[in-house]
Design a protein around this ligand. Structure first.
Ligand code: SAM
Length: 263
């Protein structure tokens, strides 16, 4: 049964750890057609599509029909809100792209407890002890980064302690209830994933600028997507106060994990 979303105010603020330029350029990045096309299954290489489908089957099996308070970080066009929103206590989508936010709004207009908060998830002031689940699905958290012109600045030290990822995960982890769950769908750092990513971005009309073997794939169009090892994930999570014993790496397939953190 859905009930109206509480009159919760969630302001986006200019927090000190978000540099000024990020708001404009990150926004422009996600408004691009080529980036929006990465949501269209028509362009998605087989192993990535398979991971997406297994991710959806897994979360539906575990949570569909339950009355939960859910935060969706980077909710895109609102697909998951449509599935989980009708039964949720409330479903909050957070989305930086106004076009995407609008798509979610339209899709959720008849779902009482579903709301979209438009802005950069890095700049949020969230209430604590609020959500049963916070999830960032379909590789979204691998896009979180500061914007550097020089891609060499995304070196091992950066990727093992990525300030943008840490800022967002920290906020949502704080906002979880005790016993709540954080889910992140991420790419495994193996050659098969890199090949699939490169094919994916090329198919959406982008030009890959990173050499083979980089830990992330970047395009001339400013898309950026990192792959993870268990160590790099745990090192970023540790910076959020999350210990390895709280983390489970659920295998989706050869190329992806659904990382599950229990608070
Ligand atoms: C790969 S898409 C996934 C969309 C959706 N979760 C799904 O599973 O279909 C990533 C989404 O996250 C949004 N996004 C990326 N960085 C964000 C940020 N810092 N704050 C809010 N939204 C962000 C993008 O605009 C995009 O819509």
């Amino acid at each position: 049964m859905s009930t109206a979303s509480p009159a919760l105010k969630i302001p986006f603020v200019k927090s000190p750890d978000v540099e000024e330029s990020v708001h404009g350029s990150a926004l422009a990045e996600y408004q691009r057609l080529s980036v929006q096309q990465t949501l269209n299954n028509k362009f998605v290489p087989v192993p990535i599509l398979e991971a997406r489908n297994i991710q959806d089957a897994l979360i539906r099996e575990r949570f569909e029909g339950q009355e939960l308070a859910i935060a969706d970080i980077g909710c895109g066009d609102g697909y998951h809100g449509e599935v989980f929103g009708p039964d949720a206590r409330f479903y909050h989508g957070f989305e930086i792209s106004s076009e995407m936010a609008q798509k979610s709004r339209e899709r959720w207009q008849d779902i009482d407890g579903a709301r979209v908060f438009e802005g950069d998830a890095r700049s949020l002031l969230l209430p604590t002890n609020t959500y049963d689940i916070a999830w960032s699905l379909y590789f979204t958290s691998g896009n979180f980064r500061q914007e550097f012109e020089d891609i060499n600045l995304y070196d091992d030290a950066y990727l093992d302690k990525n300030p943008a990822f840490i800022a967002i995960v920290n906020r949502f982890y704080e906002a979880l209830k005790q016993g709540g769950k954080l889910f992140l769908t991420v790419y495994k750092d193996v050659p098969k994933t890199e090949a699939a990513q490169r094919e994916f971005y090329q198919k959406t009309g982008q030009t890959v600028v990173t050499p083979l073997g980089s830990r992330f794939v970047a395009t001339k169009e400013d898309f950026w997507s990192v792959r993870w090892t268990e160590e790099s994930m745990l090192s970023n999570l540790r910076a959020c106060g999350i210990e390895p014993g709280q983390v489970v790496f659920n295998d989706l397939n050869d190329v992806a994990w659904l990382v599950e953190v229990t608070k």
